[in-house]
Design a binder for this molecule. Structure first.
Ligand code: ADP
Length: 335
């Protein structure tokens, strides 16, 4: 049985359908990311699970209990927002203790709970500070401690890292994942950032225009895109028409084809491989750091090819003649 189960959830604002036919199950201890472009309905879905936005129809169950119409504070769900939502006039300690307002405890137990939550997010020693005396990352850790202090049955995180700089994002991402795994906390993490989704999750639910259009493990989402939308949203796929497929592989295809830039190998002009080969010319070159991204002109058009940047000889100037070896088994046919 799933810990969190959602059946046929619908939500509209007047004529605007925000999401429809949302169905999924999440096991205890799983971390699922809701990934999708801005405006696809991720936050509204998360808020509906938390009880902050009423749904029009459908059911939400936690551990078998129907919570669809339950007040937010009775759901046993903790939530963290992008904007931290801390009380500026309260100390770190009071902000975290506020999480227990709805769950009154004797003073000693309350102190132990707050101390434990602050230890989880490694903020011991910051108890007397006010939010303005903290960095963005520290503020978000206070917000996380406030959500954890009630020992929620489910943790919901709405773009919690979006306001932070890249280095802090990466370290906090890892810290959230460690806490979630140590506590075996069933978690939904909303993001529009594919790297965040692929690196953090047990499973990814990809949303577009109010629907979950594909779900699966990060490696499945990355290597087996089910539709043209997924191809456009994940990775930097080459999307080829059937005609281009024919010129690359000499075979007939009935649908479009997706090919990852790392599934194509660059060989010196005239080079040979067991994979299908074709001649090309470097049209554009972009140094991304550890990877060099080429646009290579060939009979099938312009193809994106990623090459690991191992030495200066990997950096080929525009105009260089090359051979492309294309891994046929990496080809995905998409609807
Ligand atoms: P995301 O989190 O994926 O960016 P949202 O859930 O915030 O998307 O919004 C999804 C859609 O619902 C958007 O088109 C947005 O304009 C609309 N929407 C969200 N909240 C409201 C509201 N209170 N009233 C009307 N439309 C809303």
């Amino acid at each position: 049985m799933f810990h969190l189960e959602v059946n046929q959830l619908h939500k509209s604002y007047g004529e605007t359908k925000v999401f429809a036919e949302i169905e999924f199950g999440i096991s205890k201890g799983e971390l699922v990311t809701l990934l999708g472009p801005s405006g696809c309905g991720k936050s509204t879905l998360l808020r509906a699970l938390a009880g902050l936005t009423p749904v029009d129809s459908g059911q939400i169950r936690v551990a078998g209990e129907d919570i669809t119409r339950l007040a937010p504070q009775k759901r046993g769900i903790g939530m963290v927002f992008q904007s931290y939502a801390l009380f500026p006039n309260m100390t770190v300690w009071d902000n975290v203790a506020f999480g227990l307002k709805m769950k009154p405890q004797p003073g000693r137990e309350l102190s132990a709970s707050v101390r434990e939550a602050l230890a989880l997010v490694e903020l011991e020693g910051f108890e007397r500070r006010y939010p303005t005396e903290l960095s963005g990352g520290q503020r978000q850790r206070v917000a996380l401690a406030r959500a954890l202090v009630v020992r929620p049955r489910i943790l919901l995180l709405d773009e919690p890292l979006s306001a932070l700089d890249a280095r802090i994002r990466r370290s906090l991402r890892q810290q959230i994942r460690e806490i979630q795994q140590n506590l075996q906390l069933t978690t939904i993490f909303v993001t529009h950032d594919q790297e965040e989704a692929l690196t953090m999750s047990d499973r990814v639910f990809l949303m577009n225009q109010g629907k979950i259009v594909q779900s699966g493990r990060p490696d499945q989402i990355y290597t087996q895109p089910a539709s043209e939308f997924v191809v456009g949203f994940i990775g930097n796929y080459n999307l080829l028409g059937p005609e281009q497929g024919k010129s690359l592989f000499g075979a007939q295809f009935s649908s479009k084809l997706a090919l990852r830039p790392e599934a194509i190998t660059l060989l010196p002009a005239g080079g040979q491989s067991t994979d299908p080969c074709l001649p090309g010319v470097i049209h554009q070159q972009q140094l991304l750091g550890n990877v060099i991204r080429y646009q290579v002109a060939c009979e099938a058009g312009l193809l994106t090819v990623d090459v690991l940047n191992r030495s200066a000889s990997d950096l080929l100037p525009v105009g260089t003649a090359v051979t492309l070896a294309v891994a046929r088994d990496q080809l995905c046919e998409v609807a």
